[in-house]
Design a protein around this ligand. Structure first.
Ligand SMILES: Cc1cc2nc3c(=O)[nH]c(=O)nc-3n(C[C@H](O)[C@H](O)[C@H](O)COP(=O)(O)OP(=O)(O)OC[C@H]3O[C@@H](n4cnc5c(N)ncnc54)[C@H](O)[C@@H]3O)c2cc1C
Length: 402
């Protein structure tokens, strides 16, 4: 049985369905499949994430281990979309790490040195080049990485649901409330019934902690994002008719912002400790105001009421940004905690945790298991205090970049 039907759970179910065509695989989600972070994200399938330079070979080695996992993640998604001919607006246009602050040049130069050492193709761009390519005068400098893909996250997860093998039984709107393991049987209690299973994979990502999985190693963070309606032809001309692009912030709490294939602007500029189960309409509305401010900073000519939709989503974090991929007990497995790289790494970890749960091995598992393991977190209330103060500090550092 698998708990959670996002990229991780769906990929685990797909793999198990293929490996055991004569067995019944149960996949359960508390909401509709794919309606968690897997359809609410910004659609960056990343090859690299920003690390602002390294002082030792050991740190460079750790960064390489991380990017080796990203590379396997990209390949897993590529293989899935090629095999099933999935249209998910796949665009290998790379991504920008951009800033309006000239003083961030040092960070980008250090990052560029790291990327050069590992042979990642990239280039540094100035204000003028950026205003032509992005259609905004906001950014003063950026580093463009050639690798990395932009895609439509909802189309990808929809395809993973549609392509589930026939022996996978999907139960939606079924929240796991409690579970326990006695001898070799895992008993799971849902609102409307119980299921007993021989093996279980937890793929609930931001909700792993609430299920008591590796709870001293991960914590949920809530993000909010907004998307505009498609720009009109005149609006699109007014910003120079740019091609599709994606910008990630140099300062962690700055805005992630995309110009989509269908001429919409997508922006995510909040990350906070919040009740992961619910965000009220009024709280969402407050955060959406931050998003229109972010859009107007970059595109002052666009109208104030251009946002069409806003949403929140929950991700899972660990202290050292490492992922969870583990057998936590006999017949009990868990995978999750990808921060901003869950499209590729979630797909990879889902497939590979299924192989691990079958007591098999693979080259991919060896690469995954060579990563740094998540480090221990302090208990509450110290955890929340620590995370909140860190977020306040990062928010202040990035206040010009929202
Ligand atoms: C706004 C936003 C932007 C992001 N941008 C990016 C990006 O650009 N690139 C990127 O790679 N990643 C990004 N991410 C992160 C990415 O979306 C996640 O890492 C990825 O979706 C994780 O997939 P998953 O299947 O592990 O988890 P999820 O998609 O969260 O799926 C977990 C599932 O478990 C279910 N569940 C939880 N509790 C229970 C329970 N008790 N019983 C049954 N089911 C349960 C949930 O309903 C959910 O469907 C972003 C996330 C957000 C929110």
């Amino acid at each position: 049985m698998i708990i959670g039907a996002g990229y991780t759970g769906l990929s685990a179910a797909r793999k198990l369905g293929q490996l055991y065509p004569n067995q019944k695989i149960i996949l359960v989600d508390s909401q509709l499949a794919g309606e968690g972070a897997s359809s609410r994200n910004s659609g960056y399938l990343v090859d690299t994430t920003l690390n602002d330079g390294f002082t030792s070979n050991k740190e460079l080695d750790n960064y390489k281990k991380k990017t080796d996992i990203y590379d396997l993640g990209i390949n897993s998604v590529k293989k899935f979309i090629n095999e099933h001919q999935v249209d998910c607006d796949w665009n290998e246009c790379g991504k920008y790490f951009a800033s309006s602050k000239i003083e961030d040049e040092k960070i980008l130069i250090n990052f560029s040195n790291t990327l050069s050492k590992l042979n990642f193709k990239h280039n540094l761009l100035s204000h003028n080049e950026l205003s032509k390519t992005l259609g905004t005068n906001f950014y003063n400098l950026a580093l463009h990485t050639k690798g990395g893909v932009l895609l439509h996250p909802g189309k990808l997860v929809r395809a993973m649901i549609d392509m589930l093998p026939k022996n996978v039984y999907l139960y939606e709107n079924s929240s796991l409330l409690n579970w326990n393991k006695t001898k070799d049987i895992i008993s799971c209690e849902f609102k409307n019934g119980k299921i007993k299973a021989k093996k279980i994979i937890f793929a609930a990502n931001g909700f792993l902690k609430s299920l008591g999985i590796k709870s001293s190693y991960n914590f949920p963070i809530t993000l909010t994002a907004s998307m505009t309606r498609p720009l009109s032809n005149d609006e699109f001309k007014s910003i120079g008719q740019p091609k599709e692009w994606g910008v990630l912030p140099v300062r962690p709490m700055g805005a992630t912002i995309r110009m989509t294939k269908d001429k919409r602007i997508l922006i995510r500029n909040t990350a906070e400790v919040h009740n992961p189960f619910k965000m009220s309409e009024s709280n969402l509305q407050k955060r959406s105001i931050n998003q229109i401010i972010g859009i107007k900073k970059r595109f002052p000519q666009l109208p104030d009421d251009i946002i069409q939709s806003s949403w929140s989503g929950v991700v899972s974090r660990t202290r050292n940004s490492s992922q969870i991929f583990e057998k936590i007990d006999n017949n009990v497995f868990a995978a999750g905690c990808y921060n901003g790289s869950g499209i590729g790494v979630g797909t990879l970890f889902g497939e590979q945790i299924a192989i691990k749960a079958s007591e098999e091995n693979s080259k991919e598992i060896e690469t995954i298991e060579a990563r740094n393991k998540p480090t221990w977190l302090p208990p509450q209330p110290f955890l929340n205090l620590g995370v909140k103060s860190r977020l306040i500090y990062e928010r202040l550092r990035a206040r010009s970049e929202i």
